[in-house]
Design a protein around this ligand. Sequence first.
Ligand code: NAP
Ligand code: 8YV
Length: 314
Amino acid sequence: MTIALLNVGKLPPALLARLGQTYALTTLADEADPAQFLADHAGRFTALVTSAAVGVSSALVERLPQLKVISSFGVGLDKMDVAHAQARGIAVGYTPDVLNDCVADIAFGLLIDVARGMGAADRFVRAGRWPQSVFPLGRKVSGARLGMVGMGRIGRTIAKRSQGFEMDVRYHTRTPLSGLPWQHEPALTELARWADFLVVITAGGAGTRHLVNSAVLDALGPDGFLINVARGSVVDETALIAALQTQRIAGAGLDVFADEPHVPQALMQLDNVVLLPHIASATRETRQAMADRVFDNLQAFFAEGRLLSAAPAP
Ligand code: NAP
Ligand code: 8YV
């Protein structure tokens, strides 16, 4: 019998087409009355797909009594209660590692852009201002101090990139890692005080909410830059806007925001900020690899009872 699969995420059309060829796929948002659909059919779904940005509520998981596996498109697990699902014996799959390179590339893209003012310089040229005025000097990237907030799979990839720029690296995590060439800094404010560039790449969720607050931003100081490719929730966005407006930090490169896809008007008005619409993993190659992992996780689960990439128990 074909396995019933419920989609509640925002997934690439090609992945949905592939899933639809193998599973009896229903996209909940396509139903005229999703609540009535669940009332009539919730009992038949053994599998669920979603995306990291959407996740799945525990209330929905509770409504699916036969659910055995969740396969999520992305590595962030902050939009679902993994412990709750696992306690019910539901396997949770995700797509780690395959996106490390692209997220690290964007972190560096943001860092260089905001330090050298590339986006602002592009606006300067397009506005026809070059013949009349001189674009302000930027901040040298090569050889600068890079403070990493988070040193997981993606953090380590970013730190490796920085070696090509001969940067001095230190990092802050809850647990120091052995075997790394970079110094651990137990106090985030001290890391910020030391760093020229502070790159945020921790997990999201309650445990890291507003980890980067006004005290951290003040420690980073008027010559320091903040890069966030983790989750908007990790940075106190109100404090960040205030620090940028009063030049208490030099600039920020942001791929993620507190209330996506809504970006505060105050950030849009600042020229020392680079704003991206959460695109760090968004290349054809990486999104294909993520889609393949979503599919392969499900296939492995139903063929062999295991996931290729299982979310760790929180
Ligand atoms: P990972 O390997 O699990 O690494 C997470 C890191 O965060 C670890 O170093 C962890 O160290 C640190 N951390 C967790 N809680 C912390 C805390 N309270 N204080 C300080 N450090 C903390 O995850 P990953 O694969 O590198 O991915 C990291 C995150 O990037 C994802 O969870 C996701 O939210 C985000 N992401 C964003 C995009 C994008 O498109 N912008 C794409 C992919 C991923 P300790 O546990 O020792 O503290
Ligand atoms: C994607 C991400 O934008 O993997 C993550 O955690 O934030 C990004 O790769 C996301 O998966 C799309 O939902």
